[in-house]
Ligand binder design. Structure first.
Ligand SMILES: [Zn+2]
Ligand SMILES: [Zn+2]
Ligand SMILES: [Zn+2]
Length: 437
């Protein structure tokens, strides 16, 4: 494939940010800036059977791989299409069954290496950025991280053992780090995790906490749409992180995971920090030190929760729910209900309720979350859309027709811009609304 770039955009050197992507023509809100097929991708283990391993279609008439009986496909074409990648795992899955469980990054890296071995030309995923151009990290720092990261050691073993070809361990380690930095998680319309992938062209875009595009997925293709008017000469910015949190917190996350300090307008003006950190109205306001220590507490709970989160069973879920409620009680002494750390715990609690099929519980958390969410997030946000969607579907399930339709319409208004009017998720929501008439 010849290097023809992406129409309407160009790669350039962004001041202070290194390479980036900028517009050379005007893009209006909701317009597709570009689409990028995944260079490599892998369906997450939990979605096996619900989605096709090859095209990620969600359907209930999939058929399984005759050998391992664990991978599912739409039809023979999808199975054939996936075989060069699935064969990396099929044998191991047959031999080791449930005992074979490398991390998702490891599975993705194995696929990338495999694809690189058979690819000689620039792929359609690399119109403006080649995979091999992915930033290498500072040598010392990465070696340090490598030694600490068990999944990397596991990767080296996995690659050398499973693929039967020799790769220098250090090469694979660098690779793994870069994939963690430049990889994407593919999510559905309710933001459930479907899989991991690399989209080199999408990775060319720099980060802003006030982005002018949103990335959504159609199967395994990433689509980038404008959520603000973009004029010729303007840089195109995507967001790498969840934008719910206040500036200090976002900066920390970006530095920890992407190794840079954000200097976007939102990070300089901090315009939303006050609302995001709303303090409860009390007769005697808390001391700054008290607030600080509560933020530290909140961050610890979030981290603890993140590690514990794979709801293994109902008993464990009850414990998680209790943990959510206790932390809300403690934080509630200082933080208002609209404070982002309170919202974080309510969101987690809602997830647990959904898992336990406690629909009323989930609904009441959703109702508390949605208003402050629409204030804290940018005008077009997948987090807000997915919350309206979950809430709308909960209402309809609980026979609350008017509220359900109202919430779904709110979700639709955002999705028509972020996903595009012709997206199958949009068609599905329209059908759900139509069915209520
Ligand atoms: Zn398929
Ligand atoms: Zn198989
Ligand atoms: Zn920022």
């Amino acid at each position: 494939m010849k290097n023809e770039g992406i129409e309407g955009t160009e790669r350039f050197l962004s001041p202070d940010r290194g390479r980036g992507l900028r517009a050379v023509r005007h893009f209006s809100v909701g317009e597709l800036v570009f689409a990028c097929p995944a260079y490599s991708y892998v369906l997450t283990v939990n979605e096996r059977g619900a989605h096709c391993e090859n095209c990620f279609s969600r359907r209930d008439d999939l058929f399984k791989c005759g050998k391992c009986k664990q991978a599912y496909y739409c039809n023979v074409d999808c199975q054939r299409g996936d075989w060069p990648m699935h064969k990396l795992e099929c044998v191991a899955m047959c031999g080791y069954g449930e005992n074979w469980c490398p991390s998702e990054t490891v599975r993705l890296v194995a696929r990338i290496i495999m694809k690189q071995r058979v690819t000689t030309e620039r792929t359609p995923s690399e119109r403006v950025l080649l995979l091999r151009e992915f930033e290498s990290l500072d040598g010392v720092a990465s070696c340090f991280i490598i030694l600490l990261n068990p999944s990397v050691r596991c990767l080296c073993l996995f690659v050398s053992f499973l693929l039967f070809f020799s790769v220098l361990p250090c090469f694979t380690c660098f690779f793994c780090l870069q994939v963690n930095c430049n990889g994407f998680t593919i999510e559905d319309e309710e933001l459930s995790h479907l899989g991991s992938a690399v989209f080199p062209d999408v990775a060319l875009m720099n980060h802003s906490c006030s982005p002018n595009v949103i990335v959504t997925y159609k199967g395994t293709v990433a689509e980038v749409r404008a959520v603000k008017e973009i004029n010729p000469g303007e840089e195109i910015f995507n967001s790498y992180i969840d934008l719910l949190y206040p500036t200090e917190d976002r900066k920390e996350r970006l530095l920890d995971s992407y190794f840079f300090t954000c200097q976007c307008t939102e990070c300089t003006t901090k315009s939303k920090d006050k609302e995001k950190m709303e303090i409860r109205k009390l007769s005697s306001p808390p001391e700054p030190e008290e607030i600080k220590s509560m933020v530290r507490y909140a961050k610890n709970v979030i981290e603890e929760f993140r590690r514990a989160k794979h709801y293994k069973n109902i008993l464990f879920s009850c414990e998680l729910l209790e943990m959510c409620e206790l932390s809300q009680e403690k934080m509630g002494a200082i933080f208002a209900d609209t404070n982002v750390y309170m919202l974080h715990m309510m969101y987690q609690a809602m997830g647990v309720c959904l898992y336990m099929q406690d629909w009323d519980g989930a609904m009441s958390y959703g109702e508390k979350i949605i208003q402050p969410y629409s204030v804290h997030y940018p005008a077009y946000s997948l987090n807000v859309a997915s919350m309206y969607l979950k809430l709308g579907r909960l209402y309809l399930g609980l026979e609350k027709k008017t509220q359900g339709v109202k919430a779904l319409k709110k979700a639709l208004a955002i999705m028509e811009v972020a996903h595009g009017e012709d997206h199958h998720y949009v068609a599905e929501v329209k059908r759900e609304i139509e069915d209520q008439k």
